[in-house]
Design a protein around this ligand. Sequence first.
Ligand SMILES: [Zn+2]
Length: 212
Amino acid sequence: MAKIKIRRINCGSCGAPVEIKSAYTKSMVCPYCDTTNMIEDQGVDPKGKMAKLSDAVGIFSIGRTGTLNKRKFEVLGRLRYGYDEGFWDEWFLQFDDGQSGWVTEEEGECSIFTKELVTKPIENVDNIRVGQMVDVEDKRVFITEITDCKILGGEGELHYQVSPGKELVHYEGNAGGKLVSIELWPKELEVHKGEPVSYSQIKMDKEDDPYA
Ligand SMILES: [Zn+2]
């Protein structure tokens, strides 16, 4: 089992000591002053305040622990994506085997996404259209949705270098029945592979469940 090494940093704005638990974390929203800190090799770089997010209505919240298919996880972060008609939240889960993933909860359905290594360019990525097949590594992805969005807020640890108001294009598609999401940021391209999970596969630990 991979060892989880906790990094300790000080918020670049208020100086509060903050622990970083995931090796994948690239930015962190200070729990004391809401400043987004970019985590760099040389230290932290504060980049403005994230909007406070209202309490989640679903089963996840920062610091909660549980299991997904019997794998233990802790919820370390949340990002809220806004688009024309509304918003959605993604939760950053750190598994205690060292892996991480993002869970989306939309209209009572959950999906878990894990990062895919991208080593080849995606052809003509700025001109992708819905209904098109796109080659992503060794997969042919059928694009089903394209959404222009921007970051409305976040909390905790995030594995992107995300600053408030940052804009991106979010592509959704499928490859052989697997969900694929592509996020095109101004300076980053992220590909995630996903699958639906049912609530019966997720068990939240009872001791920190205020409703239990
Ligand atoms: Zn702070």
